[in-house]
Design a protein around this ligand. Structure first.
Ligand code: GN1
Ligand code: CA
Ligand code: CA
Length: 125
């Protein structure tokens, strides 16, 4: 018996896949859906701390965005963000607009342009 598919990590009722493949946020979201998963939805500090252990110096997309309404951050499961782990000064919608969220190597969240090709993404199912 196996709790998660090969290559996925188990924590507290969910399975997680860390993908190191550069691409924009929309690609990351689609890639997770293709695996019958979602771009990761982070609900509490326990989940955040678990994910942080596996970042390996990379930047990953998470399932949070404010594309529709500036500064209304919504998860890909449709929920509004209550728990957050923004870095200092974030989210700042820097420059011409930053509507998608990355997790930086030390675990802090930062809004960046959705079209940026960052290192990868994290799926959850
Ligand atoms: C800044 O400093 P850096 O490049 O890690 C900015 C972020 C922006 C990012 C855009 C404190 O991050 O908010 O999303 O540029 N950080 C600060 O590239 O202003
Ligand atoms: Ca924004
Ligand atoms: Ca930012």
């Amino acid at each position: 018996c196996q709790v998660c598919p090969n290559g996925w990590l188990f924590n507290k009722g969910s399975c997680y896949s860390f993908q190191v493949k550069p691409g924009p946020w929309s690609h990351a979201r689609k890639a997770c859906e293709d695996e019958r998963a979602l771009l990761v939805v982070i609900n509490d500090d326990e989940e955040q701390s678990f994910l942080r252990l596996h970042l390996k110096q990379k930047y990953y997309w998470i399932g949070l965005q404010d594309i529709e309404t500036e500064n209304k951050f919504t998860w890909v499961d449709g929920s509004t963000a209550t728990y957050t782990k923004w870095g200092a000064g974030e989210p700042n919608n820097y420059g011409h607009g930053e509507d998608c969220v990355e997790m930086t190597p030390r675990g802090w969240w930062n809004d960046i342009p959705c079209g940026n090709n960052i290192d990868g993404w994290i799926c959850e199912k």
